[in-house]
Design a protein around this ligand. Structure first.
Ligand code: ADP
Ligand code: MG
Length: 682
């Protein structure tokens, strides 16, 4: 079945869906909601607070009046209950005067805002009380959308897709296993994640789908590994003087942890079998330079190496740094080249030529690197930066080109050792558990909207003294469904408040060339304020930036905020992280305060887990640029353990999954590896 064959999807809708990465019916049913709207119990008017999205039961006590205000028509009225009253406002909805009658009682549902010191509810939905009772406690999916595409369209399309082809959500585990571990049936879980009857069903569906992600990942990895057991080191390298000299001439001395990890890599590269190593190091611990050393060692041993980054922005930055190191230290042995998806055809051709004939030996880029057109001369080392997960396909593709190269994965995600061992069972793990001594801790403040003017003022001062600032928002565009900060809206505000300082925006839906251009101009210092989504979360290094303001900070996990905070404090300047919480459900401040108290990524990840109740799972799910679709390594540790155990049991029972019991699983794994791959690896 094709996307266009699904009822309700025409060419225009298909085009819009493509923007969200939905290209097949599979993609569609796996496009899980970003959150859920809950029809909660109505609250009393006296308990309403600005920022709440909630329902109230009220009797219409005011006239329902419509008057023009500029180009819009505003309809207002007042409702009351035993304890108070509040104004309601609708925009361009004069028909409300026929829907809502004075003297009648309804349930109104919307977002409470404060205007001129008074509370109002903007554009509330209206329900007859009986109707609302029937909806109570159900969850309505809220999807991350693009302009022109509604959540309803997605919901309907998901429904028709699942009706037309039930095999889109097929159980693949033997029934006994499923029952034994109390897992929800896959065929129930997929519809249930889109249309949960209640929070309990949602949680059970989520558990199952998180399980799927871990389980399939682990099995795929094990099967790939089974083919490559006991490999010889096809690229034995000699330790040399060059790397020692490079270390000597660096503008800083390596930390003890960096040195230790570097020695481990050096030993691996010279060892009997190919290296498979994961470097874990908190944000700012200096992983890049270690990767560069490995690339230099490979080059001086006549091998090519590649360094892959999850984003184009980061790839370019790595390339420029490596190029700078080569020039500064006159490293003739190193011949770097950049290869990314957005390069012009001629540039790309030239790069491919240099890679093919071996003239380039240190190749930096994005996943374009693993496309079929790339052929290497003698690829001895593959490094993946900022990777939460390890691309199975990526490795197999590179292996097919010849002998298995050494692999190094670098991650800033603080995965507890025991979980890392399950997820990365085939990797040795090194930890850089020390920050460079010159690092000044980033000062962190937790504030609310009332701090806005002081924030502008503070940023102005920092900008005046030559620094640069990041402003991070949870959304790209304003959305009816989520009342929070957006890049487009905030950029206007910051431009107005900080005239004279160039302010630009950056987000994941921009074209690669635009993103590069913006990022380069931020790096060069021309752009002073960058208003962005979390696309800067991974890896970006602009030492002159001294402030990061995260708006709607309550929307992010602590670990993610920690990564964002790691964007500043990289140069010698005292740096600041301002966490501005918008709506603050209880407990938010306590959660954000953890970041004030510690800068240790592991501690933060643990607290994150502790302080986030299951209810928080209903919040906005981040796009997960480098993560699983729905699973969260730190939060879902117990599901990961279960998946690890079940996977081990299954593979012990039938290592090749050849028996009838596992036929469905085998099919699913094959499909997983072949269809999921572009996402799966990068
Ligand atoms: P991450 O581990 O987050 O990838 P980077 O490799 O980007 O960190 O390093 C962060 C910054 O710290 C870079 O500007 C880098 O040049 C610098 N750096 C790396 N190692 C050291 C060190 N030992 N002493 C001082 N600065 C260092
Ligand atoms: Mg990095």
């Amino acid at each position: 079945m094709k996307l266009l064959e699904i009822k309700g999807i025409g060419p225009r809708t298909a085009q819009l869906m493509e923007k969200l990465g939905i290209r097949t019916p599979e993609d569609l049913v796996r496009y899980y909601p970003a959150g859920y709207d809950e029809y909660g119990d109505p609250v009393r008017i006296a308990d309403l607070r600005a920022g709440m999205r909630t329902a109230v039961t009220g009797t219409v006590t005011g006239q329902v009046l419509t008057h023009p205000a500029g180009r819009v028509k505003v309809t207002t009225t007042v409702i009351s209950d035993a304890g108070g009253s509040i104004k309601l406002t609708w925009f361009n909805a004069p028909f409300m005067s026929r829907v809502v009658r004075k003297g009648s009682t309804y349930v109104f549902r919307g977002t409470v805002r404060e205007r001129s010191g008074k509370l109002v509810i903007d554009h509330p939905e209206v329900y007859a009380p009986e109707k609302y009772s029937s909806l109570r406690n159900t969850l309505v999916p809220v999807y991350s959308l693009t302009k022109g595409l509604s959540g309803k369209t997605i919901s309907k399309a998901v429904k028709s897709a699942l009706e037309a082809d039930p095999s889109l959500a097929n159980e693949y585990l033997p029934e006994t296993l499923m029952k034994l571990h109390g897992l929800m049936d896959e065929a129930e879980a997929v519809p249930a994640i889109h249309f949960p009857a209640d929070a309990d069903e949602f949680l059970r569906a989520r558990t199952r789908l998180v399980f799927d992600e871990f389980f399939l990942f682990i099995i795929a990895l094990r099967l790939m590994k089974a083919g490559g057991e006991e490999q010889e080191n096809a690229f034995p390298m000699k330790e040399g003087w060059i790397t020692e000299e490079v270390i000597e001439r660096l503008p800083f001395s390596l930390t003890r942890a960096q040195t230790r990890v570097w020695r481990e890599i050096e030993t691996d590269l010279a060892g009997k079998s190919p290296m498979s190593r994961l470097i874990q190091g908190d944000v700012g611990s200096g992983k890049t330079v270690v990767a560069f050393l490995a690339m230099i060692m490979a080059a001086s041993n006549g091998c090519q190496s590649v360094l892959m980054a999850p984003t184009e922005v980061l790839a370019r930055q790595h390339f420029e740094k490596l190029e700078k190191l080569r020039a500064e230290q006159k490293l003739d042995v190193l011949r770097p080249v950049l290869l990314t998806g957005s390069m012009r055809a001629a540039e790309r051709k030239e790069a491919l030529k240099l890679i093919g004939n071996g003239q380039a030996n240190a190749i930096v880029g994005t996943h374009a690197l693993i496309q079929d057109a790339v052929s290497y001369r003698c690829l001895g080392l593959v490094i993946t930066d900022e990777q939460h997960r390890f691309g199975v396909r990526q490795r197999s593709v590179l292996r097919e080109r010849g002998h298995l190269p050494h692999t190094l994965v670098m991650s800033a995600t603080p995965i507890p050792r025991t979980l890392g061992a399950i997820l990365y069972a085939d990797l040795d793990i090194s930890v850089i558990d020390e920050l460079p001594a010159s690092r000044m801790p980033v000062k962190t403040a937790v504030v609310d909207e009332s701090f806005r003017d002081r924030l502008f003022c503070f940023m102005q001062k920092q900008l005046d003294s030559g620094r640069q600032c990041y402003v991070i928002c949870p959304m790209i565009e304003p959305s009816e469904d989520f009342d929070t900060y957006s890049v487009t809206e905030e950029a206007e505000k910051f431009k107005k408040a900080l005239p004279g300082f160039r302010t630009e925006i950056l987000h994941g839906r921009m074209k690669a060339e635009e993103k590069n251009d913006i990022m380069n101009r931020f790096l060069s210092g021309e752009i002073r304020v960058l208003v962005s989504t979390t696309v800067v979360e991974v890896g970006v290094d602009v030492p002159n930036a001294s402030v990061i303001a995260v708006l709607g900070a309550e929307r992010f996990g602590l670990a993610q905020l920690h990564q964002l905070r790691g964007r500043v404090g990289r140069g010698g300047h005292q740096s600041y992280c301002v966490l501005l919480a918008g709506q603050t459900p209880p407990g938010t401040a306590e959660r954000l305060n953890v970041l004030k108290e510690t800068t240790d990524g592991f501690v933060i990840a643990e607290k994150d887990l502790l302080l986030r109740g299951p209810g928080d799972l209903l919040g906005i799910r981040q796009s997960g640029e480098a993560g699983f679709r729905i699973a969260d390594i730190t939060k879902d540790g117990s599901i990961l353990r279960m998946a690890g155990n079940i996977a081990a049991g299954v593979l012990q029972d039938d290592p090749a999954l050849a028996g009838d019991d596992y036929r469905a699983l085998r099919d699913r794994i094959d499909r997983y590896i072949s269809t999921n791959e572009p996402n799966f690896s990068l």
